[in-house]
Design a protein around this ligand. Structure first.
Ligand SMILES: [Zn+2]
Length: 136
C-alpha cells in the first residue's frame, strides 16, 4: 500500500500519491480560508481509510468478476501463496474446467499465460467448449 501517501502536486496542493485530490481543492481561483489545512486532513483520512481496508481474499473467480459480457471459454492466471502461477479455465462463469497439475501449475507466469492462450485459442477457433461441446 505504498501508493498512498501525502504529497503535493505541481500547484503545491496537498494530494495523495495515488491521484486522490480532496474535493475542497476543486474550485479554481480563490480558496476558502483553511482549504489547504482541510485538504491535508482529507488526504490523511483517505490514506488511513485505504490502509484500514480488510485484507482481500483471493477467489477462484477473481479475474472474471469485472463484467458479464465476457467470451467463453476463457482462462485466468494468478499467483498462489507459494509463489507459483496457477492457470484456471472456464467454460462459463460458473463452470470451471479441471486441469491436471502439470498444465495448471507453473513456476513462470509467462508459461501459464502461454498454456492458457494455446488451450483457449484452439477451442475458440474450433468453436468448442473445453469439454468438447459446441460453445454456446
Ligand atoms: Zn490514495
Amino acid at each position: 500500500m505504498t501508493d498512498h501517501f501525502l504529497t503535493r502536486n505541481q500547484h503545491a496542493e496537498p494530494v495523495c500519491a495515488c491521484g486522490f485530490r480532496p474535493g475542497i481543492l476543486g474550485a479554481a481561483g480563490e480558496k476558502p480560508v483553511g482549504a489547504q489545512w482541510k485538504a491535508k486532513a482529507d488526504v490523511l483520512n483517505h490514506v488511513a481509510d485505504v490502509r484500514n481496508l480488510p485484507e482481500r481474499k483471493a477467489s477462484p473467480s477473481d479475474p472474471f468478476d469485472v463484467g458479464a459480457d465476457r467470451a467463453y471459454p476463457r482462462a485466468g492466471v494468478r499467483k498462489r501463496a507459494d509463489g507459483k502461477w496457477i492457470l484456471t479455465l472456464w467454460d462459463a462463469p460458473d463452470i470451471m474446467h479441471e486441469l491436471d497439475e502439470a498444465s495448471a501449475v507453473h513456476t513462470a507466469r509467462y508459461n501459464a499465460v502461454c498454456t492458457g492462450e494455446m488451450i483457449i485459442g484452439s477451442h475458440r477457433k474450433t468453436g468448442t467448449s473445453l469439454n468438447g461441446l459446441v460453445a454456446a
